[in-house]
Design a protein around this ligand. Structure first.
Ligand code: C5P
Length: 262
């Protein structure tokens, strides 16, 4: 896969017009766009359907988490919108995930819809051990992520959304080598020229784009560092450049060389 296809831009904006502008500027520069709670709540499904019809690859990030019947029915509707992928919270449990996978696949077969990928959300990248303890989870963050990743794989999900810090562990432990890992929590290197660096950011478990790709991430979800920059096209090109050309004497460059050969 070429590097630009690994980048998914989070359309975290309130207005359809802003989303349209970003898509127009970046559709030939990146692999896809993520529509999450903010934009979906503001503009609804018809915008998603229109984009999907225009062959814009949409990751519908609504993180379904409800009773199995409700999530399964929402999963069917996500497929009918024509999205490329969507997600559910793994912490909703195996019955919820199995129903979502089964009902969605059955509908796609019956209605001849291209099956979207279903991803599972492990632990949000804005959470850490304190957040987990607050809601009664005593596991360490990595233990909790791995427990959820294994459960997602067992239930037939196509992959997970996880922090870049957990990517290599998931790659090593999950047997299915086609298991997709999508990582938000991407932050620019300190010397970035174009990307927006925010010292008061809520993301806690982060990596730079090139670190996340080298750790084994399939797709990077990036929002504010691109959206809040002065020039979104230059920002995306800087990310691609950073992934393709890590400086030659850095240990990371050797890892990249190794991963290209294998
Ligand atoms: O602006 P930023 O780059 O932090 O955007 C990350 C995006 O990824 C946000 O839209 C956020 O909702 C989403 N996300 C996340 N952590 C997850 C799943 C999704 O940050 N585990």
């Amino acid at each position: 896969m070429i590097v630009k296809d690994k980048i998914i831009v989070a359309l975290d904006v309130p207005k359809e017009l802003q989303a349209r502008e970003i898509i127009a500027q970046l559709k030939n520069e990146v692999g896809g766009f993520k529509i999450g709670l903010q934009l979906f709540t503001a503009v609804g499904g018809s915008f998603v359907r229109e984009m999907a019809k225009a062959r814009v690859k949409i990751f519908l990030d609504l993180k379904y988490h409800d009773i199995p019947n409700t999530v399964a029915k929402a999963a069917v509707e996500a497929a009918r919108l024509g999205v490329w992928m969507f997600n559910v919270h793994i912490s909703g449990g195996s019955e919820m995930m199995l129903r979502a996978v089964d009902d969605m696949r059955e509908t796609c077969e019956k209605e001849r819809i291209i099956e979207p990928k279903i991803l599972g959300v492990t632990v949000l990248t804005s959470s850490n051990e304190t957040t987990l303890q607050e809601v009664g989870i005593k596991n360490k963050t990595t233990e909790q992520v791995m427990k959820l990743a294994h459960l997602a794989s067992k239930c037939g999900l196509d992959g997970v959304v996880a922090s870049p810090l957990e990517v290599s562990m998931i790659r090593n432990e999950i047997e299915n080598k086609r298991f997709m890992i999508v990582t938000p929590g991407i932050r620019p290197p300190q010397n970035s020229k174009n990307l927006k660096i925010d010292p008061n950011d809520d993301q806690k478990r982060t990596m730079t784009p090139s670190e996340a790709i080298r750790a084994g991430s399939d797709y990077l979800v990036i929002g504010r560092p691109i959206l809040k920059s002065k020039d979104v096209v230059s920002s995306v090109r800087e990310i691609i450049q950073d992934i393709e050309n890590p400086s030659e004497d850095s240990p990371d460059a050797k890892i990249l060389e190794f991963s290209k050969q294998n």
